[in-house]
Design a protein around this ligand. Sequence first.
Ligand SMILES: N[C@@H](CCC(=O)N[C@@H](CS)C(=O)NCC(=O)O)C(=O)O
Length: 208
Amino acid sequence: MQLIGYLDSPFVRRVAISMQFLGIEYEHRELSIFRNFEEFRAINPTVKVPTLVLDNGLFLIDSTLIIDYLETQCAGRRLMPGDSEAYATALQYVGVAMVGMEKVAQIIYETTQRPVERQHAPWLERLRTQLGGALELMELIVAEQAGGGSRWLYGEQLTHADISLAVAWRFIQFTECVSFDPADFPALSSFSARAEALPQFQACPPTS
Ligand SMILES: N[C@@H](CCC(=O)N[C@@H](CS)C(=O)NCC(=O)O)C(=O)O
């Protein structure tokens, strides 16, 4: 199996880290959606990362769908809480973290792919407001459900909620187009520091 995409994409990184936790081996292929557009297009005409190329040549896209495949078809277990109520909250937390990632990605595209004079300020303002909303929720989730970042959300084992929140915060914090003071997000900062110290996260450094 080949996972395509740089780990500077939080969507690629959440898949890579999940594969570490699930013990699934893969080849990592670093292709850029911009610099390697034509090469990428030959593999996957939609040019989206993450792309997972299966051994039979089929390719999968979208981190959540890829994770679904990996868990149900390869690992036989899921990085989700078993209890129904906890499962629902974990889905909500993953969703909030995914919006955080998505809004930063949209801000990056708006500010790096358009000439300055063509950038639409109200649209950027909207994206930043949505990102702020996601971040406030992320901080609240970790503060209330993970002891202010001193523990994981659902006990000893990390779930996709833990992985997504940590990956999203790392992405948001180190992206130049947005700036937030970590001091305003103490729970997320300490949660992220603990997650980033784990071998599964260390194996997937967000470099480009
Ligand atoms: N919902 C998708 C989002 C993936 C995504 O937007 N990836 C970005 C890179 S961070 C991408 O492929 N951008 C290229 C494009 O949209 O044209 C997922 O979870 O995989």
